[in-house]
Design a protein. Structure first.
Length: 192
């Protein structure tokens, strides 16, 4: 079984999609740890309800950069993590982590990268930008993680049409449905 660490900052619906895919054996993986930079993230509650170990690791909790990076490394080593999944994680991973796990970190993004990615492009900001640009399609992307926001080789993309009466919220809801499908698919591309 592939051992996963999932990083999430918010509600954790993509985490839930992974929990469900693991539980149903749709993917040959097990989530060993969930790490959040936000102590109030509902993703932590979802993980606890599923019996998954949770960790709050933030720069507020670990102001010293070396201790912050070491706290993340310790969790990853403790569970012998094979793949890191960024599922709504609102922080750039430390360079040291990216370099140590390069090729074994993926991210889900609510747009068709390389468009609408980068710093500040998260949540409704992405969908507002797509609508303001008059795009005919949006969608979701799972990509390999490197040292830049929303950069790195694309693994899977799926499109959704942008409807004439879309709001950022309605577009976000349709894109999120696609995210829930393609994130487990992307995890299944990796083998132990």
């Amino acid at each position: 079984m592939l051992k996963l660490a999932v990083f999430a900052s918010g509600g954790g619906t993509n985490l839930q999609a992974l929990i469900d895919a693991c539980r149903s054996k749709a993917i040959g993986a097990e989530i060993k740890a969930v790490i959040s930079n936000n102590s109030k993230a509902f993703a932590l509650e979802r993980a606890k309800k599923s019996g998954i170990d949770t960790f709050h690791i933030s720069k507020k909790k670990y102001p010293d950069e070396n201790k912050y990076v070491q706290a993340i490394k310790d969790v990853l080593a403790r569970y012998n993590i094979d793949l890191i999944v960024l599922a709504g994680y609102m922080k750039l991973l430390p360079v040291d982590i990216v370099r140590n796990y390069y090729g074994r970190i993926i991210n889900i993004h609510p747009a068709l990268l390389p468009k609408y990615g980068g710093e500040g492009m998260y949540g409704l900001n992405v969908h507002k930008a797509v609508l303001q640009a008059g795009e005919k399609y949006s969608g979701a992307t799972v990509h390999m993680v490197d040292e830049r926001y929303d950069h790195g080789p694309i693994l899977i993309q799926r499109r959704v049409p942008v409807l004439t009466n879309d709001t950022p919220e309605t577009l976000a809801a349709r894109v999120l449905e696609v995210e829930h499908k393609i994130l487990p698919m992307a995890v299944s591309l990796f083998k132990k």
